[in-house]
Ligand binder design. Structure first.
Ligand code: AMP
Length: 110
């Protein structure tokens, strides 16, 4: 599913895209702003990322900051989350960073 979003095959609520990443609104938002940032290239999860992916991972993080500013939540604050495997709550096998904000977020997470 996310591969289709990444390749542009499915039109989603895209908020940012470039040659390496695509970001779109989560279909079931957990906060007023909930954006998913994914690499265009398929990487199953953070465990599957290797040394050669380090520049891409860094790019995903700077893209996340850029989107936080664009969405108007940079000053108020936000959270970036990567879920991994079952206990981490990963439900989609394509690496993604959640960008959450627009309300005060609880800690620790459930
Ligand atoms: P995770 O549980 O960390 O794997 O995150 C997967 C996220 O993808 C969940 O927050 C879902 O609501 C979201 N999601 C699933 N399918 C879609 C879709 N087609 N478009 C946008 N978000 C989706």
């Amino acid at each position: 599913m996310f591969c289709k979003l990444a390749s542009g095959e499915i039109a989603a609520g895209t908020v940012y895209s470039d040659d390496r990443v695509v970001a779109f609104r989560d279909v079931a938002p957990a906060a007023p702003i909930h954006v998913l940032i994914i690499p265009r290239r398929h990487i199953e999860n953070i465990l599957a990322a290797n040394k050669a992916d380090e520049a891409l991972l860094g790019h995903m993080l700077t893209a996340a900051s850029r989107i936080a500013r664009q969405e108007g939540i940079a000053e108020s604050g936000f959270r970036l989350v990567i879920n991994c495997n079952e206990d981490g709550g990963q439900s989609i096998d394509h690496l993604h960073i959640h960008l959450l904000g627009g309300r005060k977020l609880g800690w620790p997470p459930g």
